[in-house]
Design a protein around this ligand. Structure first.
Ligand code: SAH
Length: 228
């Protein structure tokens, strides 16, 4: 039961998720110990509760166990030097985790639809000690429609995460996946499923349903849909 993982500190929250086997990889555990969720929530909310918290503009930071699930799935594709893309970056928390995992030679980029959240998320990242990465461009957060992918189409990403539920698979994001690469994306409107989309070395794409989830909608009005 995920709510049992709540803690009084970041370390306690992470330890509880590790004990409950929601976190299994030592690299994911180290990243979540390094990134303090307390720097990514609004004052007066419960940073170390294993539940979503309001971050303003009708948006929530996702629950820690959902962040852990997505990181565990993406970890093999978040190796030092890899490129990672986080769509619906919100608080900046997961983008920070991506940056920590891909290291100084890698890149972690985020796109957030609600413009007002972007400067706040950048403040969060600086407070959490990511000033150097923001300054050298290895960590970037921009406002925009993430369903269209990162503006520079020449960059391919071995890990892509979508933090909101898409009505269908966005083609620009499948195109932006490196070969090999993996995307974790909730898909659906009334009934949503977390999907794992894998691209192999030869560019072949397979999609697998993981689990039922509930996310806010991912805007994709002008986006071509991927059809296998
Ligand atoms: N993962 C983030 C936020 C999750 S909430 C965190 O944990 O802090 C999902 C976010 O997706 C919201 O901030 C919403 O504004 C954003 N979103 C929805 N559609 C989007 C789109 N097309 N492009 C970028 N962001 C989008």
């Amino acid at each position: 039961m995920s709510w049992r993982c709540s803690g009084r500190s970041n370390a306690e929250l992470v330890e509880n998720m590790f004990r409950a086997e929601l976190i299994r990889s030592p690299r994911v555990k180290a990243a979540l110990l390094r990134i303090d969720r307390g720097n990514y929530v609004r004052p007066g909310t419960d940073a170390y509760a294993d539940s979503p918290q309001p971050i303003g503009c009708s948006v929530t930071i996702s629950a820690p166990h959902m962040h852990a699930e997505c990181l565990e799935r993406l970890e093999p594709y978040l190796q030092p030097g890899d490129n990672a893309l986080d769509l619906g970056s919100g608080s900046g928390y997961l983008t920070a985790a991506f940056q920590h995992l891909v290291g100084p030679q890698g890149k972690a980029f985020g796109i957030e639809y609600v413009e007002a959240l972007v400067p706040w998320s950048i403040t969060n990242l600086r407070r959490d000690g990511f000033g150097k990465e923001l300054d050298d461009g290895s960590l970037q957060l921009i406002a925009g429609d993430g369903s269209l992918g990162w503006p520079d189409k020449s960059i391919k990403f071995s890990a892509i995460h979508v933090g909101a539920a898409a009505p269908a698979l966005p083609k620009p994001l499948v195109d932006a996946l490196a070969a090999p690469g993996r995307m974790i994306i909730p898909v659906g409107v009334a009934n949503q499923l977390l999907m794992q989309v894998d691209k192999d070395e030869d560019g072949a794409v397979t999609a697998r349903e993981l689990t039922a989830v509930r996310y806010v909608p991912f805007h994709m009005k002008h986006t071509e849909v991927f059809t296998p």
